[in-house]
Design a protein around this ligand. Sequence first.
Ligand code: DP6
Length: 360
Amino acid sequence: MRVEEFIPTQQFKAIENGTVCCTAPSNIALVKYWGKKTHQIPANPSISFTLNNCKTTTILKYKVKPSKGLSFEVFLEGKPKEDFKPKIQQFFERILIYAPYLETHHFQIETSNTFPHSSGIASSASGMSALAMCLVQLERLLYPDSDAAFLKHKASFLARLGSGSACRSIEGGLVVWGKHKGISGSSDLQGLKFPSEVHAVFQDYQDAILLVDKGEKQVSSSVGHNLMHQHPFATQRFEQAHAHLDQLIPILKNGDLPSFIKIVELEALTLHAMMMCSDPYFILMKPNTLEIINALWAFRKASKIPVCFTLDAGANVHVLHPKKYASKVNEFISIKLANYCQNKHYILDSVGKGAESIEF
Ligand code: DP6
């Protein structure tokens, strides 16, 4: 689709007030998005598993107001959340042209997460996709002729403008974002449910999220992405992401786990390598991140269980494995790896179905 197609051409229906509610999950990237161009266009394509348990639920209350302009309040777990406002203000300004009703209504945004906000789990992916889903639900009422498939694309398109990775949380399973020549329909503008065949092993893949550091992010994603502009290895990195996606397409079909593991771990370490050699440079792993990686490698070698790790832009470790090994891996986590987590805290998650609207 083209950007222009998301700009409404009709006048919207007059609706005084109402409430919509949506839930959206987080996602974990296998090939990472790190580096972007203007208008939230990714520097390289990425692919992720949509998760199931780590979710944001957002209730959006809207009411017509007399004068034009953006006006909203935000609540997290029932309490006013002033520090969320600048990001939402920026989001609304970016999408105003695609959502003109934002200026004619006052909004109350009530959001809650299934995971602790200060867990170091990126809440922007689930949060922005839940909010985008709510807007699209409202749009369904304001423009009753809108087509359901179009609205799903639009939810992902809008979510991207809130936070890039959020556009991968609308659909379930495996989602690709960013133009890639080997994946027909892939786009820089929105996520696409991975259109090729996926082996059964990946349909219910497990992700245990080990919370090594629950603190605030040391580097915001936006600052991190910007560091790729002057980065000495940017070109090679973007080429590598394309190559990794090319290699993953047959692997996702044939279930070749050793090859899957190699790409996923290489992606995680490359993401951190990029941060470690940017200017300014950062080390976002903590000593316990490395303890976990080494213990996991030793466990994999001894048990022959095809378990691997990936990382986001932080110290937490995602332990990925096929469902049939979940009880053995979970036992290993609780006995060994939990000791490296803050307050022994970890979250068991798995591949999920994507964002949903909830009757309110
Ligand atoms: C390391 O989506 O949080 O998790 O677009 O600036 O909001 P913004 O960035 P964000 O970046 C996520 C980066 C990552 C890798 C990934 O999820 O692909």
